[in-house]
Write a protein that binds this ligand. Sequence first.
Ligand code: PBG
Length: 327
Amino acid sequence: MLRRPRRNRKTSAVRGMVRETALDVHNLVYPMFLVPGSGIKEEISTLPGNYRWSVDLLLDEIEDCLKLGIKNFMFFPKVDEKHKNAEGSNSYAADNFYLKAFEEVKKKYPHVTLITDVALDPYSIHGHDGIVRNGKVVNDETNAVLAKMAVAQARAGADVIGPSDMMDGRVRVIREALDAAGFNDVSIMSYTAKYASVMYGPFRDALDSAPAADANVPKDKKTYQMDPGNKREALIEAELDFQEGADFMMVKPAIFYLDIIHAIKERYNIPVAAYNVSGEVAMIKAAAAAGSLNYEDAVNEMLLSIKRAGADVIITYLAKDFARGRA
Ligand code: PBG
């Protein structure tokens, strides 16, 4: 035998020398859930170890994260029922608690990256990412609201706008609205290939944003989120987002869609992000709690697989656990 691959695995030092992919906390984004009020830190029962935060406690938590090297954050709002309506108009009200929280975060920590969520589901009585008319989620009318939301977020201090809604053409509409309002330095991280996945359960619990059980609205998000069987369609979405000016292209979920991450990474030269979604994390936590596998090793291997597939940026609820393990 002239080729013995095992020679390059013989010691930990040799394995380290030839390791092709390594994780770095700088590539991680920590998604967090925000609620109005003060003194609130509520654990999400289906996503243990993750919380809904009021802004005062969020500021302390960010301090903690910064000590661990986490500098990139993504925020999602849990909106009070009284502010929800059919049009999701609270999403761009300048005094809404989510935008106020951005201002506070940026005042205290001007150098952290603040990534937003643009979609109507937290603000909609229907739980859909767009406006519903005659039982359908309407595209272009929704885009007009998303653009207003994006500009309001930029005005409140956002660094990166994150459209998670999957409407057609929204990256361009948002880019043009941001530029027209003088925010040409605010980036767009587009949810390029977001699949209609079973893996969003804990997130919808966290925000109470599951599509409403109402005969007049679609019961799922399959007319805008992608079919899990499709890969070439993801490349159409990628081409459109690239042309429309996205700065990052995201694949979501991550571990069930590693081939999609890889395909986009091979073809485009802008950063690829992958969202390690709530259900993926819940699976690992449940398996570890049942004694089926070692938690830290599972976290490392899962995140590594996402990076190896081609993700430059990984959005994960495990950012803090990962950073702590390494600290
Ligand atoms: C909705 C949105 C969802 C997630 C992020 N933004 C859920 C959905 O599409 O219903 C899921 C993230 C996760 O599960 O961690 N705009």
